[in-house]
Design a binder for this molecule. Structure first.
Ligand code: TYD
Length: 242
C-alpha cells in the first residue's frame, strides 16, 4: 500500500505523518516513512542542492524539475518499490503531485512534458491513495511565518511570493478534480489532533484499522468548508494522468 501526502508548505504534513506512522505500527502494519526530495543518501545530496541554495542563485525551473525527478527515481528504485513488493506500507511526504503543482502550475512548465519525465523517473508508479492536507495559501504562509520565528530551516522555495503559492494551490485543486479516486482531501485547518483523526478515518477503508471515534464538536466560529472526498479501495496503479 503506497500512501502519499501532499499540501502547501505549512500544511502540517510532517507532524501528521509522524503520528500516522506510529498509529499504523501500533495496529500491526509494517510501515516505511520517507520524504521528497531526499529519502536516500543520493536523494539527500540532491535535496541539499535544491533547498539549501542560500546564495540565492537562480535555478532554472527545468534544472529544478530534473533534480526533483532524479531524487525521485533513486527513491522509487532503492526504497519504495522494494518495500511495496515486500508487502509493507510506504508513506511518502510529497511525491509526483508536488512536481505537477510546483514545477507545472507554479513555474509554468508544460504539464505534458512533465508527465513524460515524471513517468520515466517513477517507472509509472502511482500512489494507491494521496492525502491532500488542505489549507489556503494565506493560512499556510501564516503558519510558516510562525515556524520561522522558532528557527525552522531556511527553504529557498519558501521565498517565492504569494502568487506562486496561489498557482500551486490551484494546481493541486485541478489535479484532485482530474483524479478524484486517488485523492482524499483532508480539511487541515483544525488542531493537529482533529486533522489526525480525519486522516485515520479516511484510511479505514484502505487499511486494517479500528473504526475511528467521531470528531469532537467544532468550536462555534470555526469554518466547516470541507468534507472528506468519497473513497474507493484501489490496487497499485500505473500512471495515466492527463
Ligand atoms: P520541504 O522542506 O520538504 O517542505 P515541506 O515540509 O513543505 O514538504 O521542502 C520541499 C519543497 O520542495 C517544498 O517547497 C515543495 C518543493 N517541491 C517541489 O517544488 N517539487 C517537487 O517535486 C517536490 C517533491 C517538492
Amino acid at each position: 500500500m503506497f500512501i502519499t501526502f501532499e499540501g502547501m508548505d505549512g500544511s502540517g504534513k510532517t507532524t501528521q505523518i509522524v503520528q500516522l506512522t506510529d498509529y499504523l505500527r501500533q495496529n500491526g502494519h509494517r510501515v516505511l516513512t520517507t520524504r521528497e526530495p531526499g529519502g536516500t543518501a543520493i536523494g539527500d545530496q540532491v535535496r541539499k542542492i535544491l533547498l539549501d541554495n542560500k546564495e540565492g542563485e537562480d535555478m532554472h525551473p527545468r534544472a529544478e524539475l530534473l533534480l526533483f525527478c532524479a531524487s525521485r527515481a533513486q527513491l522509487v528504485g532503492e526504497v519504495i518499490t522494494p518495500y511495496l513488493e515486500s508487502g509493507g506500507v510506504v508513506i511518502c511526504d510529497r511525491f509526483i503531485d508536488s512536481t505537477y503543482a510546483y514545477q507545472g502550475y507554479g513555474h509554468g512548465l508544460n504539464l505534458e512534458s512533465l508527465r513524460h519525465i515524471i513517468t520515466f523517473a517513477t517507472g509509472g508508479l502511482l500512489p494507491d491513495v494521496t492525502l491532500f492536507l488542505d489549507i489556503s495559501p494565506r493560512k499556510a504562509l501564516e503558519r510558516r511565518a510562525k515556524a520561522t520565528l522558532f528557527g525552522d530551516e531556511y527553504n529557498r522555495l519558501d521565498d517565492m511570493e504569494m502568487p506562486f503559492h496561489e498557482r500551486v494551490y490551484a494546481g493541486y485543486k485541478d489535479l484532485i478534480l482530474a483524479q478524484p479516486d486517488r485523492f482524499i482531501v483532508i480539511d487541515a485547518d483544525a488542531t493537529p489532533d482533529v486533522v489526525q483523526l480525519r486522516i485515520r478515518t479516511a484510511l479505514v477503508p484502505y487499511l486494517n484499522l479500528p473504526t475511528q471515534p467521531s470528531e469532537p464538536p467544532r468550536a462555534p466560529k470555526s469554518s466547516s468548508k470541507q468534507k472528506t472526498a468519497p473513497m474507493k479501495k484501489k490496487s497499485p496503479r500505473k500512471d495515466n494522468l492527463s
